[in-house]
Design a protein around this ligand. Sequence first.
Ligand code: 5AD
Ligand code: SF4
Length: 432
Amino acid sequence: YGCAMNFSDSEIVASILSSEGYSSTKVMEESDLILVNTCSIREKAEYNVRQRLRIFEKNKKKGALVGVLGCMAERLKKKFLEEERLVDMVVGPDAYRDLPNLISGAEEGEKGVNVFLSKEETYADIAPMRLDTNGISGFISIMRGCDNMCSFCVVPFTRGRERSRNAFTVVAEARDMVDQGYKEVTLLGQNVDSYKWENPENGEKVSFAQLLVMVAEVSPLLRVRFSTSHPKDITDDVLYAIRDHHNICNYIHLPVQSGNSRILDLMNRTYDREWYMGKVDRIYEVIPDCAISTDIITGFCTETEEEHKDTLSIVEYSNYSMIYSFFYSERPGTLAAKKYEDDILLEIKKKRLSEVIEVYSKVAFEVNQKDIGQTFEVLVEGISKKSDQELKGRNSQNKMIIFPKKGGVAAGDYVNVKVTEASRATLRGICL
Ligand code: 5AD
Ligand code: SF4
């Protein structure tokens, strides 16, 4: 669990293991091998994983092998393997090809560890096995690692250096998804805008904007999304690609983290408040109906009340359609953990977080009101959660729209829906 990158990694692992003859099961008791993919970003992530691993002790007693994958591998390998003896193997994000080998070792009773971080591994040639899929939307990972050094973030340490995947394998994977009936793909990376790949055969370079267009051209019926964009790297070319291609979605996830320039500097985000606002202006200028979402951290080291207010005002300024907000939690090994004191009281961090959410709720409600009366192309995902008489789907802006069932309309179809009602989180409408 964790981010989409992590989910996409699980699909790579499943593919590697399936070529070794493994198949997946939903029945825990049946499993001979249990792998937990871990994320280190969230507070309590470590605690949750431990709880999870304790549950598997039963299976272990019956002979199942248990392994920990992903971002926690490096830091907790010793604890999990030796001190607590919770697992048989610990495998870092760049070592999944070694899994079959580590598994056979573990079968012989050898504890398996590989947390080596690579400068090259992109799993470019591995066709992911789609897990937990609705058969309509899926992910393609286009790069790994991150070279930014945001001071709060563990990713550069857990996932290593940034490297971009062969563009042709990305396109081939998209084509494969279309052949399997997929209608939507999200290109994934920690910082997709710094994607760059050079064809070793002719030295031709592919930028992210070019890759987006290459994928969009696979099929007009395949929607293309991407995440995450770093405000410092997103270019006009990316905005033009969105504007000029109907199937590249009008939606940008543009984490701001803080609205205050001093805090942004401490976070090492390499842009300031004005620069971010300029980016937001530029997006709405080039793509007037674009939706923007963001990530926010409240209560970063030394943040004052005034500085926090700058975050509230940037939420209003940016008219976000969605925010993912977190209170700051010090992650071991990060620059912030080394350099700054985590000095904001938890209560204050939480109070600021709830203020961010409150402002966002107001903003999102107002933003959504503007959609009333408009007609959107919606990709139907299935029956709505609340009523089997209603369908749900998303528009290009990534907003969920609920509408009454209509004869002949099924999951995977594109339909036009006119919005009649809007709340903070959902739109309702009628299928035309
Ligand atoms: N504390 C709180 N939130 C964090 N994030 C990353 N690291 C931390 C941390 N140490 C948030 C950021 C990032 C998102 C994926 O998680 O907002 O964009
Ligand atoms: Fe972490 Fe910053 Fe890289 Fe995102 S861009 S993964 S927040 S270091």
